[in-house]
Design a binder for this molecule. Structure first.
Ligand code: SF4
Length: 179
């Protein structure tokens, strides 16, 4: 039996049942979180609230520009790229130990490879898909960690693979801490 210190540590998008922090103020259900919380130490975070955006808020988008991808809020003309990148880097730097991430799909901040990418400046033509800005930094900073979306957690095989990886990672941490 694992003690609390050996539980896998998993960062989760806060809107997955922990807080009503989505842009539209809607609540999301993630029933598996309650079961997971018995065996895993969950660390909820909402990067959009983390950079000071209110709830509810106008949507933000990922656009392709000549200077690369940018995270923008068209209704306010705000470019949030640097704010979000700085927040993500700081958050990653403060994580002492982590074994995995469960992130909200299709969010321009949290999405893993499934966010709409629009062309600039028209904003009305999707030209591809991209990682959310928060998720992109985390994947770069933690290349050995398991990442899964909320949608992936609903797929039996994907969920099993994720759980195997985070428990293996936690066991490895426990062994390393004894050396
Ligand atoms: S998807 Fe990420 S940024 Fe959006 S509300 Fe959820 S936690 Fe916040």
């Amino acid at each position: 039996m694992m003690d609390a210190g050996q539980k896998p540590i998993v960062v989760v998008s806060k809107c997955l049942g922990f807080d009503v922090c989505r842009y539209d103020g809607a609540a999301l259900e993630a029933e598996y979180m309650q079961d997971l919380a018995q065996f895993v130490h969950l660390v909820p975070v909402c990067p959009e609230v983390g950079i000071g955006l209110p709830v509810p808020r106008d949507p933000i988008w990922i656009i392709q520009t000549n200077d690369g991808k940018r995270l923008v809020q068209p209704t306010t003309n705000k470019d949030l790229t640097d704010l979000m990148t700085d927040f993500a880097e700081r958050f990653a730097g403060e994580l002492k130990h982590v074994d995995g991430f469960i992130l909200k799909s299709r969010s321009p901040s949290c999405g893993i490879g499934d966010c709409k990418l629009f062309d600039a400046p028209s904003l009305d033509r999707q030209i591809g898909v991209a990682d959310g800005f928060f998720a992109a930094v985390l994947q770069r900073r933690f290349p050995d960690c398991a990442f899964v979306s909320d949608k992936g957690m609903l797929d039996h095989q994907v969920r099993q693979e994720f759980l195997q990886r985070i428990f293996a990672s936690a066991r490895k941490r426990a062994v390393n801490s004894m050396e």
